[in-house]
Design a protein around this ligand. Structure first.
Ligand code: NAP
Length: 240
């Protein structure tokens, strides 16, 4: 069974649908109960199984108890996909401590709490997959995103550390760094930015959420059993 955060829309929705198609029971986590119920209905319509768990990842204690109740419900957890993310952009000189903290809480601190919570049941099973969605911004930085870039870079160090601490227990940890993917998060950037990005991406287009989901599907599979501590870039060649 798999837990997916940020499952209500965008990349998390696509990951949830894909893992369900792969045969996983999927526990869907986000704040918007109605949107989660729609994803659950889509999964069930396609013959899969999913459950909805409303949780705000700003509060890591709430996330921990949500995961604990999911593990109790299903008796195991095979895959954790830390996908939920948010931005609160602004140039550093104008960025408040609150803007910094809330982006770090959701994009980095919750991921630490989530991985720590699933580690014990995964160790008992001697099998587990932790997959953290970072960003090319975490690898290269981006003006106006000091908080987001710091959180996403932090995920790279966290993922590599988990790989080293838990590899001997049969647990792998990997990160995926998407470039520009067509979701609500990039919709706000506008047409001019899109045209300019598409001009610089070797594949000449934004990526689709399903293309990130396919990478998650592979990393969650038996076939990826010897891959750990890696950052897989899914960006149409933008940073190559
Ligand atoms: P999105 O469309 O904005 O969706 C964000 C998801 O995160 C939603 O399901 C949202 O659910 C959830 N979320 C946000 N804040 C939350 C909170 N406090 N508690 C619980 N859930 C929360 O974003 P996306 O484009 O799919 O991005 C998914 C991941 O990919 C993020 O980590 C993002 O940083 C990363 N990424 C995206 C791109 C891109 O181009 N789109 C590029 C690089 C990396 P609710 O609103 O229902 O809570």
């Amino acid at each position: 069974m798999a837990i997916v955060t940020g499952a209500s829309r965008g990349i998390g929705r696509a990951i949830s649908l894909r893992l369900a198609t792969d045969g996983c029971i999927v526990a869907l986590i986000a704040r918007n109960a109605d949107a989660l119920a729609e994803v659950q209905a889509e999964i069930e319509k396609a013959g899969g199984t999913a459950s909805c768990h409303v949780c705000d990842l700003q509060v890591s204690a709430a996330f921990v108890s949500t995961i604990e109740s999911i593990v109790e419900q299903y008796g195991r957890v095979d895959v954790l996909v830390n996908n939920a993310g948010m931005t609160r952009d602004g140039l550093m000189l104008r960025m408040t401590d609150e803007d910094f903290d809330c982006v770090i809480n959701v994009n980095l601190k919750a991921v630490f709490a989530g991985c720590r919570t699933v580690a014990r049941p995964m160790m008992k099973q001697r099998w587990g997959r932790m997959i953290n969605i970072t960003s090319i911004t975490g690898l290269s930085g981006n003006a106006g995103q000091a908080n987001y870039a710091a959180a996403k870079a932090g995920l790279v160090g966290l993922t590599k550390t988990i790989a080293k601490e838990f590899g001997s227990k049969g647990i792998t940890a990997n990160a995926i760094a998407p470039g520009f993917i067509e979701t609500d998060m990039t919709a706000g950037l506008g047409d001019d930015v899109r045209k300019s990005v598409e001009g610089s991406v070797p594949l000449r287009r934004y990526g689709q959420p399903e293309e990130v989901a396919a990478t998650v599907s592979f990393l969650a599979s038996q076939d990826a059993g010897y891959i750990t501590g890696q950052v897989i870039i899914v960006d149409g060649g933008l940073t190559c």
